[in-house]
Design a protein around this ligand. Sequence first.
Ligand code: SF4
Length: 401
Amino acid sequence: MTLIDDLRSAGLTGRGGAAFSTAVKVAAAYDNGAALIVNACDGELGAAKDAFVVAAHLGELVEGARLVTRGSGRIRYAAHRGSDTETRLIAAGLDVLDVPSRYVSSEETAVISLATKGLARPMTKRAPFVGGGRDSRGRRIPPTVVLNAETVWRIAQIAAYGPDWFRAQGTPAEPGPRLVTIGGAVPRPGVLETAAGMPLTTLLAAAGGMPSGAGYLWVGGLGGVLMPAADVPRLRWSSADLAAYGGSVGPGVIDVLDPRECPVEYVDRMLTYAAGESAGQCGPCMFGLPAIAADWHDLAAVRPGNRATVESRLTQRLALVPGRGACRFPDGVARFAASAHRQLSDHLAAHAEGHCPTSPTHAGPTHAGPTYPGPTYAGPTYSNSPVTPVAESTSRSSRVV
Ligand code: SF4
């Protein structure tokens, strides 16, 4: 059995969010003699699992990268500038790609552009860059494959323990162990190791559980969805269950909203942040996202008034934005905004009547503008409180559920 056979049998998919077949990507990398960029940026808001892999499993990560490049040595490790992850990778003597701390800078084609002396901005992908290509200015891009750090770690594990070990965890549709970062209003935020099919209640309990009165979870970051906390007891951590809300396990991020904060204002902050993160290259980002954020801001005001015109305009914009940018960033933000619009319709209606269900004194969003950095996260907490260990090799430092 070759590594490609093992990856195909295991059913490993990218753990960065796209869930594309890793066997297909690695096979294309072999065919084209592609260089590898290990993306350890934790690019999604609230994510910390790449940091965990680098901190706790660096040896296996390096071995996985060696397998993907068949020892050619053409490997770079992408990490956000000034992060602990970057410090650790440099200290280990690895070739580090210093990525600016912007949301879209860690997108797959943005890191390829940066690695080839271009700007850290997404490139239009006419065909996957694993076969090489040219950017919009005609610069030649050599064959390059980008794999998320957790994905590369899993490759090393599959090579060491076999595809049957991997498939023994998770569901047939989403096999294997996977990391998830749980943050927000939980007592023990951190990185957990779990597998698809785990009851969501069990997963959240490992982070200390949801606070009393919790109303919503934000799943999947800026490209994710909002879902009601009341539905958690009947859901599993799987894309099949999350599909009912338009979501998926995606990049493995869950943020529990603080029940003391108005959820409409929370979404307002995220959309304002997203509107400020455009790389300024495409219309949907430059104009669409700021317009969506402005519409939401209007809807979020706590004052009596008819918002029908704004509601209708927002709905039209949310339908217009997807599929028009060079990358999927605006698509994801539109999905999140549409999900929030659906889930918070009653709350928005209350604001339009002049009161906020969260707080009688709340007057609507007050944040200053697009410089808001998004939810902050303290990084992985490597405490050992395993609930159901899935494998000796994977339970070394993360909490396992
Ligand atoms: S869609 Fe937005 S983030 Fe993506 S390339 Fe265009 S401007 Fe940049």
